[in-house]
Design a protein around this ligand. Structure first.
Ligand code: C5P
Length: 246
């Protein structure tokens, strides 16, 4: 199964993934109930998963929203493979691992996902965007950060995974090196004229898609908006408009 990039009509494959960065299920559901599954998917990260549990993820996944379970597994291959099987069994649309877990770990994860009935998309985190060159050096990696991101993305592709999470500023180079079938999921997205919050290097939804992003992870511009559905619709319309220009 391949992630679609340009080929799928926009309405069958919404590009926006809303980050449910909430402390508990009730707060997350309050937002989810205001959103439209035709316009977005949902991301559940470590905070909400730890607080609300796998049952909550199963319920979300049974609704019409696709769920990206963002738990970034990183362990020995056998453990990660089993975690990927357990995550796949929840019915999620996408899950992820750390590419720095290595080729064997990613291949084991991919095998687990492929042999699961649900077959979610499996992507990898290359270098966390909270990391800078000094941070990489501290953990003994002396390769230039951009090169390290590219090397890990190429290793991810070699392992047979569907794509990577990357900064929207890295999409152009990764798209050109890794081809159109590779999925690029990008956070750090801010529509023009909204607060950047604590994100320092942001890109607009249209620019991210123009640069080759497959999916856009967007949190606060939607979750903190006075009218979350209106904010989602505005970004969705920007994405659809762009796709009709292609
Ligand atoms: O609210 P905001 O749009 O900044 O949320 C972005 C989401 O993407 C959060 O869930 C954040 O943890 C996640 N993320 C990120 N940068 C990364 C990886 C994930 O902002 N490099």
């Amino acid at each position: 199964m391949k992630i679609s990039t340009q080929q799928t009509p926009y309405n069958n494959d919404p590009k926006i993934i809303v980050a449910l960065d909430y402390q508990d299920a009730a707060s997350a559901l309050k937002l989810v109930n205001q959103l439209d599954p035709a316009l977005c998917r949902l991301k559940v990260g470590k905070e909400l998963f730890t607080a609300a549990g796998p049952q909550f993820v199963t319920e979300l996944a049974r609704s019409n929203f696709g769920v990206f379970l963002d738990l970034k597994f990183h362990d020995i291959p056998n453990t990660v493979a089993k975690a990927c099987t357990a995550a796949s069994n929840l019915g999620v649309w996408m899950l992820n691992v750390h590419a720095s877990g290595g080729l064997d770990m990613m291949q084991a994860a991919q095998q687990a996902v492929q042999s699961n009935e649900n077959k979610p998309f499996l992507i990898a985190v290359t270098v966390l965007t909270s990391m800078n060159q000094a941070g990489l050096n501290q953990i003994g990696v002396h390769t230039d950060l951009a090169t390290h991101v590219l090397n890990l993305a190429m290793l991810t592709k070699q392992a047979g995974l569907d794509g990577v999470v990357c900064s929207a500023l890295e999409t152009k180079i990764l798209r050109s090196k890794l081809g159109n079938d590779f999925c690029l999921v990008t956070p750090g997205i801010r529509p023009a004229n909204v607060s950047q919050d604590d994100q320092s290097r942001v890109v607009t939804p249209a620019d991210a898609l123009r640069n080759g992003a497959s999916y856009l992870v967007i949190g606060r511009p939607i979750t903190q908006a006075n009218k979350p559905l209106k904010a989602l619709e505005a970004i969705h319309n920007e994405c659809v408009h762009l796709s009709t220009l292609d």
